[in-house]
Design a protein around this ligand. Sequence first.
Ligand SMILES: Nc1ncnc2c1ncn2[C@@H]1O[C@H](COP(=O)(O)OP(=O)(O)OP(=O)(O)O)[C@@H](O)[C@H]1O
Length: 710
Amino acid sequence: MNLDSALKMLDYWVELGWLRALDHAFAEFVCTISAENNDAPTGQLAVLAAMVSHQVGRGHVCLDLSHLCADAEATLVMPPEGAAKLAEAPDSLWRPADLFQNTTADQLIESIRNSNAVSDGSHSTPLVLEGTRLYLRRFWRYEQAIAAGIRLRFSPGARENDQQLSRALDALFGKKGEVDYQKVACALAARNRFSVITGGPGTGKTTTVLNLLAALQSMASQSPNADPEDPYLRIRLSAPTGKAAARLSESIGGALSKVPLNSLPGAPDASAIPTEVTTLHRLLGSRPGSRQFRYNEDNPLPLDILVIDEASMVDVDLMASVFSALPETARLIMLGDKDQLASVDAGAVLGELCQRANDGHYRPETLDWLKTVTGYQLPDELADTEGQPLDQAVGMLRKSYRFDEHSGIGVLAMATNEGRFDKHLIKQCQSQDFPDVAWLGRSALMSDPAESPSVPDALIPLARHARSGSARAFANAGEGRVVNGEAVAAPVGYGHYLRIMSEQRPEATDSEADRPKWDFWAANVLSAFSQFQVLCALRKGPFGVDGLNRQVAAELRASGLIDKTEGWYAGRPVLVTGNDYNLGLMNGDIGVTLSVPWDRDEQGDPVQTLRVAFPSSDGSGTIRWISPSRLQSLETVYAMTVHKSQGSEFTHACLVITDRLTPVLTRELIYTGITRARHWLSLAVPQEAVLREAVGRSVVRASGLARLLS
Ligand SMILES: Nc1ncnc2c1ncn2[C@@H]1O[C@H](COP(=O)(O)OP(=O)(O)OP(=O)(O)O)[C@@H](O)[C@H]1O
């Protein structure tokens, strides 16, 4: 295909919605660069450039040409929206599958390898080819920087004193009979200057890292080189979003009080372990309107240990910035759940680093060392004489302390990860076999299940469920559940926070001077709102954020809980969708609109005005009241996408599965949705087959990081 025809075809693909205009523009840019260097750009080069750009837009770091040739449709996943228009497309229009079906990766490589726009990275070309992987230069650089930062920290010599470590671990975890994987993960992380601690919900990632930090501070303070005035290491805790940072801040307080600091050699002071968690952007010193951070290789971060929680949400761009700002001697500890959705932007750093975590792949010398410092002999299944350096730095937590074997949330999360949400499991959900799971299947959602599904019909029971929490949909009407020795209140739905809003409102005569009363009220409303959340896969469509927001608002209005469904009204919950440094609001922050009588009219009488109450970002429990007119980017949040919910947790989550399979509906999305629920999970499933099929689809993002580290 010549260049003109290729660009024309790409144009049409943009029209069909298969490509972004940006992908087309990038292809043109690559061809211009190539032509400027006395090269004759080919149609093949233009198409591949557009494809790489398209893949980056879908979260991949690169385009693997061997995958492209093996199955172009599955690799590129062009959105189906174009299908309707496709009928009008000229017969001669090529589809991705036609284009690459008789081509091999070697042929593609041959066709672009000598182009001036492509190099192995040693020249400043817009495209970089490494093996069969084709990268945009920027992303290739990120991956190289991350791999170099990790490799640097594998170097021997960073090992702590084994005896000291062993004493500290015994003091923290004891010497129980069966293998304690928290102790093992702690040991591995203490041994390496780069480490990953991964585990599902409630497996003790926070607990483990606090024990690790306590052990490291104990050893630092006992070191002969320690400064008696200031013996401790400088530690910073971070998370990718404000929400995740706030959640970690919250859980750290309680978890730290359980760390037996006094039994450690040197009895480190509690103040040696920080409880403040900052977002990565704030830590690195982001500057509005700039990609550059204040901290970078020329101005490294002043710290000895950096912990990143919810690391699955960190993309390659941000990860590369972290490594460039990290002093060479500093430790990096990444925490997260490897099975969760990857970052919104390109990369799946945590997932890739943990690809082999299930099977350990620990070398004999690692196993011997672990036996010495922890006292545990790990099972043979986790041994591998060919284990790679990265494997030795990854600890996986294997026991959930939140979900016992009766918990449906735990069982469903595990089954989803294993790719089996089978009929038997669905039956168990339907028969209320799990005390914490409600199944809103076809019969609950459709007025006549025998009829073909009618979407508006299905939304009405869903909205009712969202209002009341439908305790009766759970076994025993949600009564009498005890988790970890504590009684769990029955599900409540959104009606709960709206009732608190109207019933607990301070007196109308309370002025702004009575701020603590208003703050107390707002804090109660916000806390009640966080009891429940509808989660869905998509933004658009009846089962997406837009449709569900509309339907839930209509239901709440019909029940007299709110008095409007559009615009600003008391009770409207909002999600901030972009960082606003002036207001101190971060993407992901949630507030509730409340009516307050603080303004005065001309006669000096109080006037009701709306303010949005947000919890303060420092975890102090105070409230920020912001006038709606000052808020730039936000949306109503009766429903939230699972992507946006990452890093958050809700007492009760209602996960709505679309009635049709869409490209975003994958195993990772469903697992992430299920694991947002702490005590109650409702599954709204208009079509069982869609759920089963989605769980069978796992996304693997193309990237070369694992290879660079092998
Ligand atoms: N070894 C343990 N023994 C008993 N309880 C534990 C242990 N480790 C953790 N827990 C308890 O399990 C709960 C979850 O622990 P933690 O918050 O550390 O897990 P997490 O993996 O960080 O959770 P999340 O999924 O919320 O991030 C806490 O209540 C904690 O006290």
